[in-house]
Design a protein around this ligand. Structure first.
Ligand SMILES: *Cc1c(COP(=O)(O)O)cnc(C)c1O
Length: 394
């Protein structure tokens, strides 16, 4: 019934699984037949503090039973407090523009960079260099910023000018020209295959760009909000980018995006805006999410969970070397390289049958983005189900 309704009334842009989820508790979901599933996806890195989180639900209820939305024509207290919290947790002297999604945050970052390029130099600088296998969003501009030719379909052309792609970090240096305004990268490529970059290489690039007065934009839509074990992957890599974008895990499931920048006075009145961005609902939810995760990190529980997950993952990897060719990732953003794409598809299908939600990245990576607050019991159960799935496809 749900399948028919979906097919009749929703545009079919996703190859969907027709499971009808009715309830969630932390990293466990229940369908309409009360079958349980361990969730190793957290809604693609979104539900950072778990499904059905009572504290977040209470904070949302408390907020929306008073005010849900006023508009950005008036100051919004939870928005201002969230901006302060992001600055504090990042350890940087930054201010934030609030949007509603990752793509929108990246659009904002690109606009900010273009204004920098237009106003700070004698010649116009507008080109943005990104990387192959990157992912930056689905709007016309962010799809063009994404370094995957399969995403640049002629169906949606023409695309905006000014984007080019390099294969490796070290290739960026020679691609820079006098019109380059920014380099935009993920520190761990998510959709591209859960591939972390080398810290020293990133630090060297950051230093070089600073010398050349070229902006460094770090897309932390997936890595941000403690996914890699620190508030930002930027903190883990010990760099100070000009612009950081966030979204996915920041609102715990409530749509929110953020353009975080050290260039606090570059945008002026009228330069950018959003009707919904940073409203009472999303920022009150996000404030609670960050409060929970900040405490979770401070108490040592986040690091404990990361180590536990990693150890359990490693066991599966070691025991199935005929299927897996590598183990990649950072924090709770993990992947196992699978020998071929067909096997990967089979693993994901068999996992769903066993009651485990798990993701794919790139062509051949089995991806795990568990709820950050996943329990040891849920981790054990999830890997048990993955092992069962693997035994069925062998
Ligand atoms: C998911 C993602 C985006 C796009 O975010 P949306 O909220 O889907 O627009 C952009 N960049 C990265 C790195 C992502 O993982």
């Amino acid at each position: 019934m749900l399948e028919q309704l979906d097919k009749d009334y929703v545009l079919q842009t996703y190859a969907r699984n027709y499971v009808n989820f009715k309830k969630g508790i932390n990293a466990t979901l229940f369908d309409e037949n009360n079958k349980d599933y361990i969730d190793f996806t957290s809604g693609i890195g979104v539900v950072s503090v778990g499904h059905g989180n009572k504290e977040v639900a209470d904070a949302i209820y408390k907020q929306v039973s008073n005010i849900t939305h006023i508009s950005n024509l008036y100051a919004i207290e939870p928005q201002a407090k969230l901006g302060e919290k992001i600055a504090k947790l990042s350890g940087m002297d930054v201010a934030t523009f609030f949007a509603n999604s990752g793509a929108e945050a990246n659009e904002g970052a690109i606009k900010l960079a273009r204004k920098y390029g237009e106003t700070k130099f004698e010649n116009k600088r507008y080109k943005v260099i990104t990387l192959e296998h990157s992912f930056h969003g689905r709007t016309i501009t962010t799809v063009k910023a994404t370094g995957q030719s399969s995403m640049h379909s002629p169906n949606f052309s023409p695309y905006p000018d000014g984007f080019s792609y390099d294969n490796k970090i070290e290739d960026i240096y020679k691609s820079i020209d006098e019109e380059t305004v920014a380099v935009m990268i993920e520190l761990v490529q998510g959709e591209g295959g859960v591939q972390p970059f080398d810290k020293e290489e990133i630090q060297k690039l950051a230093k070089y760009l600073k010398q050349k007065d070229i902006l460094l934009i770090i897309d932390e839509v997936q890595t941000g909000a403690y996914r890699t074990g620190e508030f930002l992957a930027t903190n883990l890599y010990e760099i100070e980018p000009d612009i950081i974008t966030m979204a996915k895990g920041l609102g715990g499931g409530v749509p929110i995006g953020a353009v975080v920048t050290t260039h606090k006075d570059l945008f002026t009145y009228g330069d950018h805006g959003s009707t919904f961005g940073g409203n009472y609902l999303s920022t009150a939810a996000s404030l609670k999410v960050l409060e929970i995760l900040d405490n979770y990190k401070d108490s040592g529980k986040l690091d404990e969970t990361i180590i536990y997950f990693q150890n359990r993952l490693n066991k599966v990897y070691e025991a199935n070397k005929e299927i897996f060719t590598g183990s990649v990732g950072l924090g709770l953003m993990r992947g196992l390289r699978v020998k071929d794409a067909d096997t990967l598809t089979e693993i994901i299908k068999a996992s769903l049958n066993e009651g485990l939600l798990i993701l794919k990245a790139g062509k051949n990576t089995l991806r795990m983005l568990p709820v950050l607050t996943i329990s040891k019991e849920e981790i054990d159960e999830g890997f048990k189900r993955l092992e069962n799935a693997l035994s069925k496809i062998k």
